[in-house]
Design a protein around this ligand. Structure first.
Ligand SMILES: [Zn+2]
Length: 217
């Protein structure tokens, strides 16, 4: 099973990816981790990726795709993979499909954790952090006992510039602009399945696993 997991920032994709891959014995391939591992190992692809990142440029899709193919050929991927964080754009999806097809492989399933924009904004812009001990709070989902104060140390809570509503809206706009064509692409390929991401974390996890298991038969 070669599975892609899609979800906007705040949709809980990372948490679900860790749990599902553990439960089903799939190798969890997070693109950010893969970059770091390749660079740490000093591989040729790692060096190429690093040269782009040092110049502040995006790593070309073909380099990332090669890294993923190399990763997929390792023994822990025998039962399947769960891709997290790649592809993000339609071009990347097409490059990945073309490369997999050359090896007689292909993506079996694309899972999309769907959460409405307003809910995501609420989740992401609710994040406040303690100035003293850095503990994060969410004023909606996990508020401190006393508004504006840390439960643990009484320190003042503040909001990072990244977490303000305006920044969050912009980040989500970029995400959805990139992802909409991706969703369309996998839908027309008959590979997309949506899960309601407004449910509790555990229910979302159960739904995702159910879909993967049904497709695996
Ligand atoms: Zn604190």
């Amino acid at each position: 099973m070669q599975v892609i997991l899609l979800g906007a920032p705040g949709a809980g994709k990372g948490t679900q990816a860790v749990q599902i891959s553990k439960r089903l014995g799939l190798a969890h391939i997070a693109s950010g981790d893969l970059f770091r591992q390749e660079q740490a190992s000093g591989s040729e692809l790692g060096k190429i990726a690093k040269s782009y990142m040092e110049k502040g440029q995006l790593v070309p899709d073909e380099v990332t795709v090669k890294m993923i193919l190399g990763r997929i050929s390792r023994p822990d991927c025998a039962k399947g993979i769960l891709l997290d964080g790649f592809p993000r754009t339609l071009d990347q999806a097409k490059a990945l499909d073309a490369a997999l097809a050359k090896e007689g492989k292909g993506i079996d399933l694309v899972l999309y954790i769907k959460v409405p924009n307003e809910e995501l904004i609420g989740r992401l812009s609710g994040r406040w952090i303690c100035r003293e001990c850095q503990v994060p709070y969410n004023v909606v989902a996990a508020p401190p006992k006393v508004a504006g104060k840390c439960d643990k140390c009484g320190g003042e809570l503040y909001q990072r510039a990244d977490d303000t509503e305006e920044t969050v809206r912009k980040r989500l706009d970029v995400y959805f602009a990139q992802t909409a064509p991706l969703i369309e692409y996998y839908t027309s390929a008959g590979k997309l399945a949506e899960v309601d991401g407004e449910q509790g974390i555990e229910q979302v996890g159960r739904d995702l696993i159910k879909i993967i298991e049904a497709r695996d038969k």
